[in-house]
Design a protein around this ligand. Structure first.
Ligand code: SF4
Length: 400
């Protein structure tokens, strides 16, 4: 049985009602439990448990130190392409947005990776929009193969594939796959994805299982907070993580907490999760999943990121750019618009996203980042908080 069947039978509305109605006494009792079920998790994300955030933070911190030590693993996203066949209302790369697009050549990908390596990174997340013409499976395999010797860990955040299509990517050296469900609410999912293959909710939901079958040893999942009610999303992704830990037990599972950021298309969030609720959610995830990696990206502002480190976070990006070529200016001569899969030359000044002189690249980013500090500044801050920034935590020689 895939997670889809389990997901379809989850009593999510009942769990949400239980969460909202949780009493302070039940919240306190739940916080004292040695093991946390999904029903307990509902209590931990309740408004009542929100009043116990200090206690939750202490417990979450202690569990994280016990399982991970005082370490924060650092990684960087490398955007290969911002071409996409999908229309996702909340994403700057949406097909119908008149943005400036480019797909990096292999040589340009090497240049971008080289710049990140000089900054200290050894964990790379390759990101691309979903466009089989520009971002083919062969192209992805070649990018991974070109980087494999220099990069101990290469993860992917690209359009979902079949298991057989994933296998060559694993063989080329990719070890992690990140796939956000975006929202676990089927109605909102249908409303947000109006064109392209991404409309298939169930196929996307089963992606981590197909990736596991192909041999990926790290699986990253998340909703995009700002679409459906955050507690419903949290309950769903907790159930999803629980399923993956039971069925894909050889892989490490990570949970991210991406909140919507401003982007081309100017989509406004449909729902809101406050900073305090985000902190509570990190603690609740840690209490339910002591061994799961928790990822905090540069979507968040520096002050909040710094404050969340001790609550249970184990992985952070730093110095991230969300446009292809963002680290070196690679590909800037090839910037274009794309219409119906065809490249269109830029008419000068025709786009609200027109090239600007003072940017290293002219391609449009996926969203505006919140923490623009250079990686070394983030690493120094991590050290000042008493944690060790970990640039490398894996080597191909460890693969059996
Ligand atoms: S979220 Fe992904 S699939 Fe959707 S438009 Fe953006 S890049 Fe494309």
């Amino acid at each position: 049985m895939s997670f889809v069947a389990e997901f379809n039978s989850l009593p999510l509305e009942a769990l949400l009602s239980k969460s909202i109605a949780t009493s302070p006494l039940v919240a306190r009792e739940t916080l004292g439990k040695p093991r946390v079920s999904l029903a307990d998790f509902a209590a931990l994300i309740s408004p009542a448990a929100g009043e116990l955030l200090e206690n939750m933070g202490r417990k979450s911190n202690a569990l994280t130190l016990q399982r991970f030590g005082k370490t924060i693993r650092l990684f960087a996203p490398l955007y290969l392409s911002n071409e996409c066949v999908n229309n996702c209302s909340y994403c700057g790369f949406s097909r119908d947005n008149p943005i400036l697009r480019v797909t990096l050549s292999l040589e340009e990908v090497r240049r971008e990776a080289g710049a990140l390596k000089l900054q200290g990174f050894r964990n790379l997340l390759l990101v691309a929009g979903e466009h089989p013409k520009f971002v083919s499976n062969h192209y992805l395999r070649d990018c991974i193969a070109a980087l494999h010797a220099d990069w101990p860990s290469v993860s992917l955040e690209v359009g979902p594939m079949e298991t057989e299509e994933y296998r060559p990517l694993v063989a080329a050296g990719a070890d992690g796959l990140v796939v956000y469900q975006e929202t676990y609410d089927r109605n909102i999912y249908a409303a947000m994805h109006t064109a392209g293959p991404k409309r298939n909710f169930d196929w996307r939901l089963e992606t981590p299982e197909r990736a596991y079958a192909a041999g990926f040893r790290r699986l990253g999942i998340a909703p995009l907070y700002g679409l459906a009610d955050w507690r419903l999303e949290a309950l769903s992704v907790a159930a999803h993580a629980d399923y993956l830990l039971r069925h894909c037990w050889k892989a490490a599972v990570t949970l991210s907490l991406p909140r919507l950021r401003p982007c081309a298309g100017e989509f406004e969030p449909l729902t809101h999760i406050t900073d305090r609720e985000l902190a509570q959610l990190i603690c609740a995830f840690r209490l339910m999943f002591p061994d799961v990696g928790i990822v905090l990206s540069t979507r968040e502002e520096p002050k909040l990121r710094d404050g969340l480190i001790s609550l249970g976070v184990t992985m952070m990006s730093a110095g991230a750019r969300t446009e292809p070529g963002g680290y070196t200016g690679a590909g800037r001569e090839k910037i274009h618009h794309t219409e119906r899969g065809l490249i269109k030359e830029l008419a000068s000044g025709a786009s609200e996203w027109a090239p600007r002189e003072n940017r290293p690249t002219n391609a449009t980013g996926q969203f505006n980042v919140g923490d623009k500090r250079p990686p070394q500044v983030v690493a120094e801050l991590i050290r000042r908080l008493g944690y060790e920034p970990v640039w490398k935590d894996w080597d191909a020689a460890l693969t059996i």
